[in-house]
Ligand binder design. Structure first.
Ligand SMILES: [Zn+2]
Length: 292
């Protein structure tokens, strides 16, 4: 009942593209994140969830979330199938498709995962999309997202998040804030160690969820090739998730250690995934920033 109500509110917020903001709450949140980061202490799961849910609610007001039930349901089912084996804290996970053509994905502490439409369009198989989900889930389970947010706020002295949460007090308008958010501009860059760890745990999660982890290096290859051909097209993704050729080699080396019999038994692609992609493609094109 409560969950239904939350979903209902979320949909209403998203569909109205609401501009309502609770400035006092937002600023209090920004300050508490800065404080947690400055103190160098790790927030409790309860604090993480409280902060993440407020932050996600604001993101959902600012970013165009795909509300098509078929699309929303598929990403939730696939995401949950991985989170179920990954999460030891019993978080309430939420998975969203963002209606943006740019390649990007990000994770908010507490279990909120966002995948851009542009990234899904580039996934050829279910396992490639599952790899991205597994990686983002890994940033949450390994608490990188929490550290990243604290670091980002320390670096910006809270200005970045204040601009997102209470843009009326910043010079930049809503439009540019939304773009900045979409491009991952307010998030600090993950370290290469964080990336390696998120890849490593994602491979483990995928195998346990019955999904072929070779989707991870396959997706990397696609993105690296596109970066070569169209420099700049993937800046959003790469600004927070550093990607170099060594992540392909590292992930392949880990996968090589898996029993080939097990590897062979895992699922690479499904009809449901291809139907989900076709459904997404059939929806009107992503709005440009000016149209939002
Ligand atoms: Zn990452």
């Amino acid at each position: 009942m409560r969950e239904n109500q939350v979903r209902h509110n979320r949909q209403r917020d998203t569909s109205s593209g609401g501009l309502r903001r609770t400035r006092a709450l937002s600023l209090g949140l920004a300050v508490s994140i800065v404080a947690a980061g400055a103190a160098g202490c790790m927030a409790s799961t309860q604090e993480e969830v409280a902060m993440g849910s407020q932050y996600a609610a604001e993101i959902n007001r600012q970013l165009p979330i795909v509300t098509d039930p078929q699309v929303a349901s598929y990403i939730t089912v696939l995401g949950d199938s991985i989170a179920r084996v990954a999460d030891q804290r019993n978080l309430d996970w939420h998975f969203y498709v963002v209606d943006q053509a740019e390649v990007n994905a990000f994770a908010v502490p507490g279990g909120y995962i966002y995948i851009n439409r542009g990234l899904i369009e580039r996934s050829e198989t279910m396992s490639e999309l599952a790899g991205v989900l597994g990686h983002e889930i890994g940033h949450v389970t390994e608490r990188h997202s929490m550290e990243q947010m604290a670091k980002s706020q320390q670096a910006n002295l809270g200005l970045g998040i204040t601009c997102i949460l209470a843009p009326q007090i910043c010079n930049s308008g809503l439009g540019s804030t939304a773009i900045q958010l979409g491009a991952g501009g307010v998030f600090a860059k993950f370290s290469r160690d964080d990336e390696r760890e998120a890849d490593r745990v994602a491979i483990n999660f995928m195998v346990r969820a019955g999904i072929d982890p070779r989707g991870i290096p396959a997706m990397f290859r696609t993105l690296l090739a596109e970066r070569q051909n169209k420099p700049g097209a993937l800046d959003g993704m790469f600004s927070t998730h550093p990607l170099a050729e060594d992540r392909v080699a590292d992930s392949e080396a880990l996968i090589a250690q898996i029993d080939p019999v097990i590897l062979k038994s895992l699922t690479t692609d499904t009809r449901a995934f291809q139907q989900f992609k076709a459904r997404l493609k059939s929806l009107p094109p992503s709005p440009t920033p000016a149209q939002r």
